[in-house]
Each structure stands twice: as C-alpha cells, then as structure tokens.
Ligand binder design. Structure first.
Ligand code: MN
Ligand code: MN
Length: 311
C-alpha cells in the first residue's frame, strides 16, 4: 500500500482494494481508515452509501491541523486510507451485507489488534456497517468499553425484517458482549418504550452531558475504548445530512470535549456512520463529518504513538 505521507489522502481509496491486498498492506503501529458505503436497511431516507466518497472529497478542503487537540496529521506518517470494503450489490441485501462484513471481520481477526497497535476507523454507510468491526474488537479486547453516540438507541431485535438493521446495531453488538465489556450510551433521544426500559435496567444511558463526560473521564487510561458515532447524534439544525434526524441533538463542542478526554485515554478503534451527503445540499454536513473524522484520526494516531513510546 502506498503511504499517504501522513495526511489523509482520501482519494487513495477508490474501490480498488481487495481483501488480500488489505491484509498484506496492514503493518504495525498504524491508523487505518476504511469505508463501507452500504445503506440497504435504511428505513426512512437512504443515501448513506455516498458517505465515504463525500468525506474523501471534502477532506481536501479542511486543515490537517486541529486547534482543539493541538495536533497535526502532517506530523504523522502512520495514517493510511485502505479504500472501501468491496461490495457487490446483487439485490439480496442481507447476503451482500454479510459478505462485506465477513471481509471486515477476516481482516481484523487476521491480526492481533492489541499487539500490532493498529487502529481502525470505519466510515459509513448506515450504522449496520459497524457490526463486523465492533464484533471483532469485542472478541479481541475482553475489557473494552463501547461508547455509543447516537440519537437512537438501536436496540431493536431486528427491524422491518432485517436482522442486521441499522436500528438493531447495538442489539447485534450485545450478542457478542462478555462479562468484561461495558456499554455507555449518550445523545439518545428516540426509541421504543422497551428500548428505554432496557437502558434503564442496565444503566447504559447517560442523559446529561457532564455526567457522560465524567463517566468517560473515569475510565482507566489503560482500558481499551471503542467509539461508535452515528452522526444523527448531532442536532439536525447543524447536521441535516443524515437519514433519520431527531431534534434536540448535540453540538460540535460536545464532541470536542469528548475528544479532549479521549486524547488521554486508550481509544483503540472507531466508526463514523450515517452521513447522507445528498440530504444536505449546502454540503456543510460532509465538511462537519470530515472534521469529526480528522479529530478521531488524530486521537487514534496520538494513542498509537504514546503506546509505542511507552514500550
Ligand atoms: Mn441514529
Ligand atoms: Mn444508529
């Protein structure tokens, strides 16, 4: 794989990587961005399949330096774009989805994430694309904390006939939870009565920003954390480019507060999903999401570097 020289050369990922090539190309101590533009189960408005393309396109227009984290992608030579997960759209939604998910899982399970210190950031696509990556991380990190930022609880056990629906992604992840795993949810403002009862019973939902941030702050700095970010977490007033908008959402500053905390934690992986670029004709949502991705790449790259230096 050609290096992108430390910057996020999103253009590199033009549907050109097959599984074998990814596996050969993945080395050590690196951060890998990859995309999965799938929106087959989206129930309200589709369009998230164009998320990865749009993110890469607008990434040229944003700075590589983050004033929030005082960190610059130019200073890292270990951030790569793997391109997009191959997807054959045969019309059999579940079969196509599972085939691509298998490629993700095979790639991640073919290596020891903790020892290789490789970090993966997946961009979607609808939220169901996160399934294979989160599942692989749960298998490899038995004490992982899963942070779920979203407007929706995503705890339905299947939705509209889809076992792997984007409305069921957290339920599907819970299928792979072991005793040492822990789930924290924040931003949720829509769900069924049953979903809310479940969250109450299991104490997973934080409803106040300060208590959410405190709960992340209190995670030991050597405990692995994975972030799954559904962009409808943000208020549709500032982020309209998403399929199932819900009023009353969070702002960019809330995200930055979290990034500042995660900068001193062990973030081992993440995904950013549900960008539907065509739903926002101004293009602002794509730029917004691209900045979110930049911050996450910087946190992941910084974590790898800190971890390597500590050895
Ligand atoms: Mn959502
Ligand atoms: Mn979601």
């Amino acid at each position: 794989m050609s290096s992108n020289g430390g910057t996020v050369n999103f253009e590199h990922g033009e549907f050109c990587y097959e599984f074998a090539k990814w596996a050969q190309d993945i080395t050590e101590n690196s951060v890998y961005l990859w995309g999965f533009g799938f929106d087959g189960t989206a129930c309200f408005r589709k369009g998230a399949r164009l998320g990865p393309i749009s993110l890469r396109k607008v990434s040229y227009g944003i700075e590589s330096y983050s004033p929030y984290l005082d960190s610059d992608l130019e200073d890292y030579s270990n951030v790569f774009d793997l391109g997009d997960v191959p997807f054959s759209d045969t019309g059999n939604c579940e079969k196509d989805f599972l085939k691509s998910s298998e490629a993700i899982e095979n790639t991640l399970m073919s290596q020891k994430l903790n020892e290789s210190k490789n970090r993966f950031l997946l961009i979607g696509g609808e939220h169901s694309v996160s399934y294979a990556q989160i599942k692989s991380y749960l298998k490899q990190f038995p004490d992982m904390v899963l942070l779920h930022l979203d407007a929706h609880a995503d705890l339905r056990d299947g939705y509209e006939g889809h076992h792997y629906s984007h409305a069921s992604i957290m339920r599907r992840c819970l299928d792979h939870f072991e005793d040492g795993h822990h789930l924290i949810q924040y931003g949720i403002r829509s769900g069924t009565k049953e979903e809310y009862e479940w969250m109450k019973e299991h104490g997973t939902l934080k409803t106040i920003r300060s208590s959410f941030l405190e709960s992340v702050e209190s995670i030991p700095s050597d405990r692995p954390i994975y972030l799954t970010l559904d962009l409808d977490y943000f208020d549709p007033g500032i982020f309209p480019g998403t399929g199932t908008p819900e009023p009353g959402g969070e702002d960019f500053n809330s995200f930055i507060s979290l990034m500042k905390i995660l900068q001193n934690k062990k973030l081992v992986g993440a995904d950013v999903v549900e960008l539907s670029p065509e739903l926002d004709s101004s293009g602002n949502s794509s730029v917004f999401a691209s900045k979110v991705v930049r911050e996450l790449l910087l946190v992941l790259a910084g974590e790898v570097e800190g971890d390597v230096n500590n050895d």
